[in-house]
Design a binder for this molecule. Structure first.
Ligand SMILES: [Zn+2]
Ligand SMILES: [Zn+2]
Length: 447
């Protein structure tokens, strides 16, 4: 329907995706598939198991888990009442749901630490911009149940390896900080607020709001005036308690051991309330935080905050759309799994009857096959075969049906030869090459 269709005098608008929400078209899915494969592979190697929490949670999960004072909860959530007047929210981030699940399913009884990963869509009512959408996909990893700087080092290493596999690691620097435990952070927050008292008018509107409910965020505000003040504000380094100093020192030692480069950034705090101790982000080497590709940290207070027993945890999340943007920026190409091997062209009902089961046999052999099953002329079918960019076309007309044969046409050379129907599948498989066939093996199920 065109947008100027008149319907009783009312102009109909063209239907489109909501603002900031996009389709994932087949071209992007080639990247998507590749990224998912890398993530699953690296996750399995390191003993992570996959979890999928629901897209909808009770709003309380995020209010408690992410924190009322954060931008996410106060400004960016899609929250609505269902017909039973329950407040539900489309999940804006992954960790709160995983922690809710950890508590709900008694994962404390599983062997610790519990290592989980996810690949899922999330939703935030954020200002849409390049690579930032209101529905966006994230990959994430959580290690719950133990607190040790070696685990933090392991999760940073895993994130870094995934970025390496995807060909984008060299674009990003690992920014690292330790924002302390409730013990040392409390005193720091107090002094930080005191520093800003009397300077409120120099702060941006957001920071004036944050000053009393989330003062750490003032350190990483992007507004120029706020940045100047942040430079002068007291630094956390002097406030870290001996335990936090020890944890941070050990983490840096482990990262050195793994030959992972990082930049110590005392102003890095992360936007979420629940972080304690280690925080890290992958920043664009040129654009800094503006084009961060992912980040994470330790959240030792979160499980208790959400009603579970005191349990430490550390996690990482990264945005798939942003990864794709950077892969394209670097001209990283991924194998196209969608490319078609064979086009089947046929004329007449008898040929069509023979071609339908043949197409199944080709597909079962791992040969990606399409056919023109409409009523187009042979010439039109061959033009279509060209558009699919297939290396070979199989052609069956009335004569071929009668003789039990089929023509194999090499599209690049324009040459063709005839083979018997009994041999065609293996002949084609040999032409395509065993290594290029799309065979899958899900492993064996036992009944
Ligand atoms: Zn501390
Ligand atoms: Zn600000």
């Amino acid at each position: 329907m065109s947008d100027d269709t008149n319907d009783g005098g009312v102009k109909q608008q063209k239907l489109q995706t909501p603002v900031g929400i996009h389709d994932l078209l087949p071209d992007d899915h080639e990247y998507f598939t590749f990224i998912k494969k890398v993530v699953r592979h690296r996750a399995r190697q390191a003993g992570f198991k996959r979890i999928t929490t629901p897209i909808l949670e009770n709003t309380e999960v995020f209010a408690r888990g992410v924190g009322d004072a954060t931008d996410i909860v106060s400004k960016e959530m899609y929250t609505f009442e269902d017909k039973g007047e329950r407040s539900l929210t489309l999940k804006p981030e992954g960790t709160a749901g995983v922690v809710r699940s950890y508590i709900q399913h008694g994962m404390k009884e599983w062997p610790q630490p519990v290592q989980l990963y996810y690949i899922e869509p999330h939703f935030r009512y954020d200002k849409p911009q390049k690579g930032r959408y209101r529905q966006f996909w994230q990959i994430g990893f959580e290690i719950i149940g133990e607190s040790d700087p070696a685990l933090d080092a392991q999760i940073i290493d895993l994130a870094n390896r995934i970025n390496e596999d995807l060909g984008v690691a060299h674009l990003f620097s690992i920014q690292l900080n330790n924002i302390g435990c409730p013990k040392c952070r409390g005193k720091y927050k107090e002094d930080l607020v005191n520093f800003y008292i009397g300077k409120e008018r120099s702060l941006c509107g957001n920071c004036q709001e944050r000053l009393h409910n989330n003062p750490l965020r003032l350190l990483d505000c992007k507004s120029e005036d706020c940045q100047i003040l942040a430079e002068l504000a007291p630094k956390f380094d002097q406030y870290r308690c001996p335990e936090c100093v020890d944890f941070y020192t050990k983490l840096k030692g482990f990262l050195d051991e793994l030959a992972i480069e990082y930049v110590e950034n005392p102003k890095l705090v992360r936007g979420l309330d629940y972080y304690t101790g280690t925080v890290f982000e992958f920043w664009d080497k040129h654009q800094g935080a503006q084009n961060a590709i992912g980040g994470g940290g330790r959240y030792d207070g979160l499980i208790e905050l959400m009603g579970g027993p005191p349990t430490p945890g550390v996690g990482y999340a990264s945005g798939i759309e942003r990864i794709i943007l950077n892969m394209k920026r670097e001209n990283v190409t991924v194998p196209s799994k969608d490319a078609i091997h064979i086009f089947v062209a046929q004329l007449g009902d008898d040929a069509k009857r023979k071609c339908l089961p043949l197409m199944n046999k080709l597909r079962d052999r791992g040969i990606k096959t399409v056919g023109a099953l409409g009523k187009a002329s042979m010439k039109a079918q061959l033009r279509l075969a060209d558009k699919f960019n297939v290396p070979y076309t199989l052609i069956m007309g009335i004569t071929e049906v009668r003789e039990g044969v089929i023509i194999i046409r090499d599209m690049a050379k324009g040459q063709q030869h005839t083979v018997s129907m009994d041999e065609v599948v293996e002949k084609v498989a040999a032409l395509i090459g065993e290594e290029n066939l799309d065979n899958y093996s899900p492993g064996e199920a036992i009944y």
